[in-house]
Design a protein. Sequence first.
Length: 371
Amino acid sequence: MEEILTVGRVAGLAGVSVRTLHHYDAIGLVRPSARTASGYRAYSADDVERLREVLAHRRLGFGLSEIADLIDDPATDAVERLRRLRGLLLEQRDQAAAMVTAIDREVEARAMGIRTTPTEQLRLFGAKLYEAIGSAYPATRRTEPRIAARVWDALGDARTVLNVGAGTGSYEPADREVTAVEPSAVMRAQRPRGAAPCVAATAENLPFEDQSFDAAMAFSTVHHWHDPVAGLREMRRVARRVVVFTHDASGAGWHHRFWLTRDYLPEVADLVAGRPPVDELARAIGARLEPVLIPWDCADGFFEAHWRRPEAYLDERVRRAVSVWTRVGAEAEERAVSRLRDDLATGRWAERNRDLAGLDAAELGLRLLVA
Ligand SMILES: C[S@@+](CC[C@H](N)C(=O)[O-])C[C@H]1O[C@@H](n2cnc3c(N)ncnc32)[C@H](O)[C@@H]1O
């Protein structure tokens, strides 16, 4: 028999007042559609599912009419909406991490007698991940020519190229007409002089007409999008060809593939849990998947880049240019770095990772999606 819940029970379980539930009922947002044995109105499983969506969106700051539009949208199903919700919550978590970073910086500055300006103080509220960490990016993030060649090759004969989540433009081909899209003002401001024109927008809402580019590319950015499938479909909508470089964190045991996540930073698994697996992303745009090996001397300092140069992860500059280290939080970062430092000093790291010494390139789950 289906479980039904009284108004009081639902209020108690969800941590909201009965008055709130009555209000949602009165405005037709969530109506208890069942009856208890004694004839009182009660919430069915479907009602609870709807209420849960409403409350989660409320917690994210959505207005009631906005929520009604979202959850009644016939173009989405429950799983899609849960995924979207999850993405929004992760975005909020990243925003909190960005605010913590900004506060730490201000505390440090104040300890040195430096007072932040009113503008800087107010920026804290708009702190987004890349607004907080973006300025550290160019120190170690640059074009890796062997991987760039793979991306440019996959672009085929495309003359006009849209680069989504473009950052500082490390992978923009110089011999084509490029338009960049980048939501972070800090990242946009760091684009080199003469770089392709850059539009402030997100992948999920590309401000371009259908099929307005020969190709659209996205490099190392999909994991930041709150709705990766929607972003990829947008790329597909505006371009005839789509090329995406991303990370495959699906399948059992993927986090054992790379010693850094396996032995030092298991928290990375929490960051990616629940995100659509790479084959689902590929399916969403009809893409084929190609593995991309990471050369041992990879020039772009992304998370896995230093797989054969472990000492690099002890360098604060290397870590600050990779969002994972901010997203896992300071405690996990300190623990991981101190363990790695010890293991390098005692030879334990070398012992455990003996098999890497002879490799020139490693398969650590990086993938090219080509559609
Ligand atoms: C790791 S950086 C990669 C930048 C650049 N593609 C590169 O390879 O150097 C990730 C970028 O994705 C951007 N980003 C975050 N959320 C986004 C979204 N929803 N749509 C498009 N870009 C986004 C960030 O602001 C950041 O610049």
